[in-house]
Ligand binder design. Sequence first.
Ligand code: ADP
Length: 401
Amino acid sequence: MIIQENIPDYLIIAEKVIQSSDWKQALDSVLDVVRSVFIFDNLALFITEKVASGENEIVYARAVGRGQTAGADTAWGTEIATQVMKRNEIIVQEPTSKQTDDDRLINAYLLGLPLGTSSGVQGAAVFVRFGGPAYTAEHILHARFIAAQFAGVFERKKLIEDIRALEEARRLLALQDDFIATISHELRTPLGFIKGYSTTLLRQDTEWDEATRREFLTIIEEEADHLTTLIENVLESARLQSNTLPMKFQAARLDTLIFDSATRAQARFKDMHVDLEFAVRPVVQIDTVRISQVLGNLFSNAAKYAPGTPISITVTEKSGIYRICFADSGPGIQPEHLPNLFKRFYRVPGQGGAGSGLGLFICEKIIEAHGGKISVESEAGMGTVFLIDLPFSQSTHFAGD
Ligand code: ADP
């Protein structure tokens, strides 16, 4: 039979630390238990990961005493916390001269304990008792035990963060590997065409009639354009990533810009049908080249992934925002892919056709540089809608600012 009575506090504390999924919750649980054995009014935990920087951040503060607020009253702890971390030892600070009872807030009895862990977390726990009682040797032992639990909580927090950072780094590496594979393929395909058709044209043993020569040269030109776009996209996405792509804002009519982009798209994609509806025809401060680039990207995506389906574009206005709604009636996108769509190099797996997963990433960065937002809504079989929200006034700044 398992005996459930008289479970010692230290065991409850240890279990709570292990069982809490969130570090703040773990600290709360520890404090809920220790309050019965250790009296204090306020507690502040200071953590610094780089001792050299000398900056200690209060990551947690809790007031249990009369009328105290945790956040506002942590100033009393900063000095002793710095000393504790510098000397890496327990410090007790008691009032030098006793004040009257009314001044109990001035009579701060401070106890600071170092919180060191093997993974480089450095910090201090500072308890305060306003108006005493003074800390006995036994109290300090209790406090040491509590501080050790805190250190364990921070150790776990740091390890979890390290694991997350590693996972993110691994994800990025995998994306880069994929990207290199994709991009090599993407570069090789047009290069193969260019090489093949030019070699054919240069053959000494064959005479090509004018129509065939033109056809081959057109293919070479188109493939060279395709290569240029691809290389520009790669370079541009790198500059957007590092926020070094300047924007040139100027006043422009949004409806005219959309109309021109649609006309160009229809000339390029012969079977494309575009419906335009403008509830407003605003003049906006935008980088016209960049916004045309965003629309151009959406048009070429629609031509690739929703070929032959009608496209509808509307512009509306609501609470200080102009919204461009760009909808196709194609096969749509499965919901699990939607959160990743604007990530650099992301392509829906198993997707055929040419692409590098850079287009929507570039679109998002450009819209963000306008202080706006781009989002996507889609359901498999129901088409895809891209929503671009632009605020009424934008100022000139760099992408990603
Ligand atoms: P790319 O087209 O070069 O692959 P994008 O960043 O422009 O890169 O698009 C990312 C992915 O989003 C595409 O690979 C495609 O899977 C999906 N996608 C984009 N637009 C549409 C659309 N209109 N309909 C369905 N899927 C789309």
